[in-house]
Structures are given as structure tokens and as C-alpha cells.
Design a protein around this ligand. Structure first.
Ligand code: HEM
Length: 508
């Protein structure tokens, strides 16, 4: 075959495929009662509209707010062949995310690269088992219980020593916050903490933080597993970062395996090693194990566990550290609110000891400030998508099997019916007439329903302890002559502030 014939053949095949796709698009049996939505290009669907919005500097969640104003709180987009349903108010998000048929996850890039399916990307029975396993083991190590506050307090104190070492001079708090918060979850899953001088660990945190941005606004690339085949720099970099962070977790598991003592389970990895040993014993043909619990957990295997450990490490670090960065930024932007928080902490706790969880019931304004930062910063503006396991009906619409459901938490947290003057930083909105902090049902930074955040209790405790310790000990100020502060964030899988520096001035 000559070269020109070869290209002619390729062109013919591509043209044939194109015609087939267009015919399929025109003649596909329509599903009745789908949610409304903007006009979609054949084949490309809504992708050009989203790409062009991002190109113009809009975040996808902003574009979706505009669509919701036009088409209502439940509207439909198309991402190539996939139907995407965006949910923009509390009733629709709650109804969808409590529905057992709308609790699966779409395929993810990380699962495709690492060939593991952790708790975040798991669906069906596997998801139920992994969630149960994680919650039970985390609780067994004290996570979420009052006794756990000591561990968080110790990390917060280490971090404050580092902050003090700058002696009121400017520094970027991002890396320190990530290290401190990661240490809390690392102590539970790996049984160890990492020094701020540990270069290998610092590199890992950098790599995770870079990937969170590379994954695109709203983490859009996270849900396109096919990207792993693209030869472009950004995607290659993402894949190599995923592989490197995977190696870090696998190396730790191997080190645990070498020293494993089934009678002395020190951390999450040890519990997993014991569980996987029992699962091996329960395999057909193996001698019968005494453990009926692990026999029941038929879906749990090594690759699910490795994925889950990686999920807990990443989800448990980046989210809380980013929220704390926003808290410090807001305090610098609103010094009068910072002083009010300090005055409350001083009145409740005094100057002779650090705050405790037991003080929480009296730290109403402090709690309201944390909620208001979580509302406005909205670090997971589009949550983590779910997918429909079967054709399902919610909110009067049909959600077709395989559709991806995206909660627009950004829209929900700026709903003027729930939050008058939604763009104003006003912690008072959470205080009742007696000054008690009251959280509205609609404030759900950890999502709702069957996939809601596994680390919610831990994160709430971390936010209160770190934040109240910081303001008890320091006043945060914008460095003289530094660029103006901005409350506009940058999209990635989490929405984080632009890099900034602060001065942590020690209080008397
Ligand atoms: C301020 C901190 C945090 C925020 C705002 C946050 C938010 C979220 C959100 C929005 C989801 C998606 C829920 C859904 O799909 O409906 C989620 C899931 C998850 N979070 Fe968090 N999270 C935080 C901290 C943590 C921590 C500390 C951990 C560590 C234990 C953690 C572990 C997870 C896991 C494992 C999932 C996946 C659950 C599943 O797929 O079933 N998160 N989180």
C-alpha cells in the first residue's frame, strides 16, 4: 500500500466514525424528563462552553451559578458522551446524595494509573465495606473522640514554635500548615510524624499540592481516566506525580510489613496488614480462619487498601490545611474580627493555658468565624462527583444510568435566600439572639448523605484547635510593602488562596 493510500484509508475510517457518532446523536432514543440545560454541541457537548469560560477567567462553579439562574437548581450538561447533572440547592443535593442509587463514583484518573480503588473512588458494595472499615479503624485509634485533641494540640504547638522562629518577620504559611495537618493523619495511618526539615516529606507535600492544581478547576481531569495516554507535558507530569506519591505509600506499607507484629497493632497500616493476612487465610482452600468478620468483608483486597491509605493521607492533609490558610488570610483582611476572636478566647480560656475542646461551647464567635470562612472560601466548590448506578428519579427529573452528579456547593453557600448579602464576610450571621453559634442545615462543607466526608469529626476538631491556638498566641498581619491581599482563590481539586505571606506577631 502506498503512503497516500494509507492516509486515504485513515481519513475514510475517521470520516466513517464521525458520521456514525453524528447519526447516533440524532437517532438515539430520547430519555424522557431529563433536567433542562444549555444547548450542547454534537459530540463535544458542553465542553467548549466550559473551556471558553475557564479561558475567560471564570471558574466552572461560577459558570454553573449562571446556568442555575437560567435553568433551575437541577440542570444538565454533556461532557462528550457523558451526561452531567449539576445540583445547585440544598434540597436537590440532599435528595440525590441520600439516594442509594446515586452514591457510586465515576472512574478516576488516579485509579486508572495506580490500578487501585481506594475508598474515595470505590462504588457499590466495595464502597460500603471500605467506608465501614475506615470509620471503625479510625475510631479505634481515637479519631474524632475528645481524647484525640491532645495529638492535634501537640502538632499545633510544634507548628507555633516554627511560626515563632520567624520572629514576626514575613513567611508563607502554606508548607508549615500542610506539614502540621498531615502529621495528624500520618500519626494515625503510618504511626509517625515528619519533621519540618524532612526533605523527602516536604517534596511529597509539594508534589501533592502541585497535582491538586494540575488536576484542573474543580478537579475536572481527575474524572477523565483516558488522559493518562496523552503525551502532553501537563498530563505526563500529573501521572508521574501520582506514581511518585503512590511509591511513598507503598514503601511505608512494605516497611510496616517487615516489622509487623499482629499482637501489637500501632496504626491503620498495621490493621490493614492483619486484615489482609486474615483474608488470605479465608481464601478457598486455605485453612479456616477464626475471623468471621474478615470473611464477611469479601471485597477488601490489597489494592483497595493501598488506594484507601493513599486517599486518607491526601484527603486528610490538603483539605484542612487549605481551610486553615483561608482562616489566616481572612483574619489579616478583617483585623477587627481577628481582635474579636482573640477577645473571646481570652475571656473564655484566659492567658495561662491553651484552648481545649471543652471550651468549644463558649467559643461561639470563634466557631462562627470558622463556619463563615468555610462558607466563603468553599474549598471543595464542586464537591466530589457521584454517578448514577441505574435510571433514577429525583426532584421530578430522570437521572439516567451512568450520569455524573456534581454538587455546586459554591452556589449553595452563596444562596441569598439562606445567606442574605452572601458575598459579605459576616460571622454574625451564625449567632442567634443569645449569641450562640447555630449552623444552618445548608452549610455542608463536608457534603451530605451516603458519601459524606469520612474525616468530618477529625477536621472540625483540627480547625477549632489549630485556629484557636493560633489566635491565642499570635496576631496575624499583612507584611508592610507586600502585594495587596486577595480573597480570590485558584481552582484545582481544592480551591486554594493565591500564595501569600504573613507576619505572626507573638501576643503578650
Ligand atoms: C476541612 C476539611 C475537609 C473538607 C472540607 C472535606 C470535604 C469533603 C467532601 C466535600 C467530600 C465529598 C463527599 C461526597 O462525595 O459527597 C469528602 C470526602 C472524603 N473525605 Fe473529606 N473533607 C475534609 C477533611 C477530611 C479529612 C481530615 C479526612 C481524613 C480522614 C477526609 C477524608 C475523606 C474521605 C476518605 C472522603 C471520601 C468518602 C467517600 O468517598 O465515601 N476528609 N470530604
Amino acid at each position: 500500500m502506498t503512503l497516500s493510500n494509507f492516509f486515504l484509508d485513515v481519513r475514510t475510517v475517521l470520516l466513517g466514525l464521525f458520521i456514525l457518532l453524528v447519526l447516533r446523536w440524532f437517532f438515539k432514543k430520547p430519555i424522557r424528563n431529563l433536567p433542562p440545560g444549555p444547548w450542547r454541541f454534537p459530540i463535544l457537548g458542553s465542553a467548549p462552553a466550559i473551556v471558553s469560560a475557564v479561558w475567560r477567567g471564570l471558574e466552572p462553579h461560577d459558570l454553573f451559578v449562571a446556568y442555575a439562574a437560567k435553568y433551575g437548581p437541577v440542570f444538565r450538561l454533556k461532557a462528550f458522551t457523558k451526561t452531567v447533572i449539576v445540583l445547585s440547592d440544598y434540597p436537590s443535593i440532599k435528595e440525590a446524595f441520600q439516594h442509594p442509587e446515586l452514591s457510586d463514583r465515576p472512574n478516576t484518573l488516579i485509579s486508572a494509573v495506580t490500578k487501585t480503588n481506594g475508598v474515595v473512588s470505590a462504588s457499590g458494595e466495595l464502597m460500603i465495606e471500605l467506608r465501614r472499615f475506615c470509620l471503625t479503624v479510625l475510631r479505634s485509634f481515637g479519631v474524632g473522640k475528645t481524647s484525640f485533641e491532645e495529638k492535634i494540640g501537640t502538632e499545633a504547638e510544634e507548628l507555633m514554635k516554627e511560626m515563632s522562629s520567624f520572629d514576626g518577620k514575613p513567611f508563607n504559611p502554606k508548607r508549615l500548615l500542610s506539614n502540621a495537618v498531615s502529621n495528624v493523619i500520618c500519626s494515625v495511618i503510618f504511626g509517625k510524624r515528619y519533621e519540618y526539615t524532612d526533605q523527602k516529606f516536604q517534596n511529597l507535600l509539594d508534589l501533592i499540592s502541585r497535582n491538586i492544581k494540575l488536576l484542573g478547576a474543580g478537579g475536572v481531569f481527575f474524572f477523565i481516566p483516558g488522559l493518562r495516554y496523552l503525551p502532553f507535558g501537563k498530563f505526563k507530569q500529573m501521572i508521574s506525580n501520582i506514581q511518585e506519591s503512590e511509591k511513598f505509600v507503598v514503601d511505608i506499607i512494605e516497611a510496616h510489613r517487615a516489622e509487623f507484629d499482629p499482637e501489637n497493632l500501632k496504626d491503620f497500616v498495621d490493621v490493614y496488614l492483619k486484615e489482609s493476612q486474615q483474608n488470605l487465610n479465608n481464601e478457598p482452600g486455605a485453612p479456616t480462619s477464626k475471623s468471621s468478620s474478615s470473611a464477611a468483608r469479601s471485597h477488601l483486597n490489597d489494592s483497595n487498601f493501598v488506594g484507601t491509605i493513599r486517599n486518607l493521607f491526601i484527603a486528610g492533609s490538603e483539605t484542612t490545611a487549605t481551610t486553615l490558610q483561608w482562616c489566616l488570610l481572612y483574619m489579616m483582611m478583617f483585623p477587627e474580627i481577628q481582635h474579636r476572636v482573640q477577645a473571646e478566647i481570652d475571656a473564655v480560656v484566659g492567658r495561662n493555658r491553651l484552648p481545649r475542646m471543652a471550651d468549644k461551647r463558649d467559643l461561639n464567635f470563634t466557631q462562627a468565624v470558622i463556619w463563615e470562612v468555610q462558607r466563603l472560601a468553599c474549598i471543595a466548590p464542586l464537591g466530589i462527583p457521584h454517578t448514577a448506578a441505574s435510571d433514577t428519579h429525583i426532584h421530578g427529573f430522570t437521572i439516567p444510568k451512568g450520569a455524573i452528579l456534581v454538587p455546586n456547593l459554591w452556589a449553595l453557600f452563596r444562596d441569598p435566600r439562606v445567606y442574605p448579602e452572601p458575598d459579605r464576610f459576616n460571622p454574625e450571621r451564625f449567632l442567634d439572639s443569645a449569641g450562640k453559634a447555630v449552623k444552618p442545615d445548608e452549610l455542608v462543607p463536608f457534603s451530605v448523605g451516603r458519601r459524606s466526608c469520612i474525616g468530618e469529626h477529625l477536621a472540625k476538631m483540627e480547625l477549632l484547635i489549630f485556629f484557636s491556638y493560633f489566635l491565642h498566641q499570635f496576631t496575624f498581619k499583612k507584611p508592610d510593602n507586600s502585594p495587596p491581599l486577595s480573597l480570590k482563590g485558584k481552582g484545582g481539586i481544592t480551591y486554594s488562596p493565591e500564595p501569600f505571606e504573613l507576619c505572626a506577631v507573638k501576643r503578650e
